[in-house]
Design a binder for this molecule. Structure first.
Ligand SMILES: Nc1ncnc2c1ncn2[C@@H]1O[C@H](COP(=O)(O)OP(=O)(O)OP(=O)(O)O)[C@@H](O)[C@H]1O
Ligand SMILES: [Mg+2]
Length: 245
């Protein structure tokens, strides 16, 4: 279980301090998925970085199975918006990076992770030789290579065309069902949140507070986008976010 206890994130000190996250408490069970959705600049990335241990919350604590979460490593993987590939390394070398950085020796290889993402044929190419969708998949392969128990994602599919985005969402759903890592996905995409989030926390304008938590028990099937449950969740998210009216 990942638990966020009353997380507050602030930048700067004293009178100049900017509060980005204001008292967020959430739980994600093992193998569960949580989407975080909220307006631009509300504090989503700040919250995710606090969960990842990349910044220390001013107040509160994040625990994994009851112990303070010690940062990104072999158990916790983080995928950033631009995939964060190193242009001077090949696809395989990029996917293998996480294994070099992980503290404990992992169970999977970069080759196996690339195969799962359908990228084995391009393993010797460089990032500039890939489509945008392929780059995002390399980013996911790199995170998968360490067999993490927790996967943190910050708008991993932002600015892709709808078709590519939905294909990668389908692939990602299949991976989540197979590997059962706990997923925390930051997104500004309502349909992505409804497709991949078992629960969806809707955040307020900055500083981010939880405005609503929407349960989405019907998710988990590839054809969910066509189902009534999906449409109902999308509509609930729209009203919680106060868009379209
Ligand atoms: N390093 C920093 N120093 C000072 N202020 C920061 C820093 N990083 C973020 N902020 C401020 O904190 C607030 C929240 O930023 P954050 O990046 O967490 O929002 P976000 O919800 O991820 O935004 P977006 O949807 O645009 O990705 C913003 O007002 C931002 O200006
Ligand atoms: Mg952000």
């Amino acid at each position: 279980m990942i638990e966020l206890h009353d997380i507050v994130v602030e930048y700067g000190n004293g009178a100049r301090a900017v509060r980005a996250v204001d008292g967020v408490s959430l739980k994600v069970p093992p193998g569960g998925s949580l989407a975080l959705i909220g307006p631009s600049g509300c504090g989503k990335t700040s919250l995710l970085y606090a969960i990842a241990g990349l910044l220390k919350p001013a107040v509160g604590e994040v625990t994994l199975e009851g112990k303070p979460l010690s940062g990104v490593g072999s158990r916790v993987a983080l995928i950033l918006q631009n995939a964060g590939l190193l242009p001077w390394k090949t696809v395989w070398q990029n996917a293998n990076l996480s294994l070099l950085l992980a503290k404990e020796y992992p169970k999977k290889t970069a080759t196996a992770a690339l195969e799962e993402m359908g990228l084995l044929e391009v393993k010797d190419r460089y990032p500039t030789e890939l489509s945008e969708g392929m780059k995002r998949r390399v980013g996911i392969a790199r995170a998968l290579a360490t067999s993490p128990t927790v996967m943190l994602m910050d708008e991993p599919l932002a600015s892709l065309d709808t078709l590519t985005k939905e294909r990668i969402q389908d692939l990602f759903l299949t991976l989540w069902r197979k590997h059962r890592f706990s997923l925390i996905l930051v997104t500004h995409d309502i349909e992505e949140a409804a497709f991949l989030g078992e629960r969806i926390a809707v955040l307020s304008d900055r500083p981010a507070r939880i405005k609503a938590v929407v349960d989405n028990p019907g998710m988990g099937e590839l054809d969910y986008r066509g189902q009534e449950g999906f449409i109902a969740t999308v509509s609930r998210l729209r009203s919680a976010l106060e868009v379209g009216r």
